[in-house]
Design a protein around this ligand. Structure first.
Ligand code: FAD
Length: 518
């Protein structure tokens, strides 16, 4: 009996030792680092969650930095420990990743939101800009810059995301066709590299690091400050939606609009699948120009394509803007009775998704699993993609918004790390699904994931030249194929700025202490 008990205890100790050998242990030296902020070794559960609500990796510690120097001290310490420590570091912005990208299994998560850099500073003049912390939320930047009658040029649809989080990807919305993504509108960065060095970089200074970090999935450095270009902010927005039954006509109109400089200030689109009571399903802020006519419009469950446009203006320009808008709209081939218009303050337009967030939160529907799939599709293949996906795969229902709109590649800088399709115009198609928790039906996680898989297989089999946006892969082979000819440069940048692969382990591109392989 005694022998058996000792054997069990011995086995448990062996298992514990084995686990300890292959996972990093948090060194007590972290506790003695000279920093202004602090480490938390107990309250770490929050850092194992994200918006995707599907992946959860518990860190061993969360750093709440007060300054960039706290971050540099911590990363440098881990760098000096060498590859033997296995310890990794993930910057966590607002935690709106979808697949654990801001998490660090048994590593250190940096809670960027506790960073207290110099105050946000707006510079007016001919080429206005704002200097912000990498942890700043875009909504706060909007509020601050508007005090000076200015605003950033390029946005995401949702503004409660951090500068570091969106610049690590690209930051795409309806303004990107004209201004490029957010990464095309940054002038300078302060970055903490994987060696714990604090480096300023821009197009002129340390330019390779600058372009590596933009769209770099957090692999090359932690963004602690950014200088963002601004433009005069309008006061009002004319917000327009029109409907199409035919995908080809919808796409043709979108492409015509993004090719002209003086049309709209924002161009997006989305898909409406199987909605009969169409008007009631729309946001109440929208009225048809001719409501009697529109109420006769029946979609009969057909898939519809909605073009969403916005024109910025100031109240004194109202008459001329109305005229310009009517001229631009007259060139479109939408269903005539489906012209929906609304006029809202600029800030309300930009912060529109937050209103949905509040509604969803109140119903407990914000913190559900989000198996999102974002794809960048070359223009020449968007029709075959549309036919197959909306004709064969998603015929009955959708589990969330499906955005679809083209952008001009000429507005993207090919020196950044972001991976794009090869053509001059490509579409962002975003399947923004929410899964009903514990459902096994068509609104359940398994079903949505299998649909996503079918969509990806279609892209692969038909060789559509599609790239994932907010990419997520598990194997080295998949990442190589995602980067294609850019893989070698990406690995080279990694070996220059984060040779031990300490940073952004949640992206699962490189493994710490594994040799960087070409
Ligand atoms: P986190 O999830 O905290 O981090 C994301 C990645 O960036 C991680 O790898 C992390 O380590 C790294 N990172 C975070 N901070 C830094 C930093 N300071 N320096 C270096 N690396 C860092 N994207 C669009 O382009 N357009 C949209 O319209 C859009 N809409 C969205 C709407 C919603 C509701 C959600 C949830 C996401 C949306 N996204 C959109 C995606 C979003 O841009 C990314 O998920 C972004 O990474 C989230 O920012 P975050 O601050 O929450 O980052």
């Amino acid at each position: 009996m005694h022998f058996l008990r000792n054997l069990i205890i011995l086995s448990l100790i062996c298992i514990a030792i084995k686990i300890n050998l292959c996972v990093p242990t948090i060194p007590s030296s972290l506790k003695t680092l000279p920093i202004d902020g602090h480490f938390d070794f107990n309250q770490v559960h929050h850092a194992a969650k994200d918006f995707g609500n599907r992946y959860s990796f518990l860190p061993s510690a969360v750093l709440h930095p007060k300054s960039a120097s706290d971050i540099a001290t911590t990363v440098k310490h881990i760098w000096e420990m060498g590859p033997g420590s296995h310890l990794t570091v993930a910057a966590r912005g607002h935690g709106h990743s979808l697949q654990g990208q801001a998490q660090a299994h048994r590593g250190v998560v940096i809670n960027m939101e506790s960073l207290q850099g110099p105050k946000m500073k707006v510079h007016t003049g001919n080429f206005p800009y704002v200097d912000v912390s990498g942890s700043e939320l875009w909504i706060n930047i909007l509020h601050e810059t508007l005090k000076h009658g200015l605003a950033p040029k390029s946005w995401t649809d949702y503004l409660h995301l951090t500068v570091g989080g969106t610049l690590s990807n690209a930051g795409i919305s309806g303004q990107a066709f004209r201004h490029g993504p957010q990464i095309s509108n940054v002038r300078q960065l302060e970055v903490v590299t994987g060696k714990g060095e604090v480096v300023n970089c821009s197009e002129k200074q340390n330019s390779d690091l600058f372009y590596s970090v933009l769209g770099g999935l957090g692999q090359f450095g932690i963004i602690t400050r950014a200088r963002i270009s601004l433009e005069p902010a309008p006061k009002m927005v004319k917000w327009i939606r029109v409907l199409y039954t035919d995908f080809a006509t919808f796409a043709k109109d979108q492409e015509m609009l993004i090719s002209g400089e003086s049309t709209f200030d924002y161009i997006e689109g989305f898909v409406i699948i199987n909605r009969t009571g169409l008007l009631n399903n729309w946001r109440s802020s929208f009225n048809s120009n001719d409501s009697a006519q529109a109420s006769h419009f029946k979609s009969d469950g057909r898939t519809l394509f909605c073009l969403e446009l916005a024109k910025y203006f100031n109240p004194e320009e109202m008459a001329i803007v109305n005229q310009e808008t009517m001229t631009s709209l007259s060139q479109l081939n939408h269903i005539p009775s489906t012209l929906f218009q609304s006029q809202v303050p600029y800030i309300e337009f930009l912060d529109r998704v937050h209103i949905s967030e509040i509604k969803l939160r109140s119903k407990g529907l914000w913190e559900v699993p989000h198996p999102w799939l974002n794809l960048l599709i070359p223009r020449s293949n968007i029709h075959i993609f549309g036919q197959q996906v909306f004709g064969n795969i998603l015929t009955n229902t959708s589990n969330g918004p499906i955005l679809i709109y083209p952008v001009n590649k000429s507005k993207w800088d090919n020196r950044t790390s972001v991976v794009l399709p090869e053509e001059d115009v490509f579409y962002l198609v975003a399947f923004l699904s929410s899964a009903a928790p514990s459902s096994t039906g068509s609104d359940g996680l398994e079903h949505i994931l299998s649909q996503n898989k079918r969509i990806l297989e279609l892209c692969e089999i038909d060789g559509l030249g599609v790239k994932q946006y907010l990419p997520h892969y598990s194997t080295n082979g998949e990442w190589r194929s995602h980067f294609g000819p850019q893989w070698e440069a990406f690995v080279h940048r990694k070996s220059t700025y984060d040779p031990l692969a300490i940073l952004a382990p949640g992206q699962r591109i490189f493994q710490k202490a594994a040799p960087l392989s070409l």
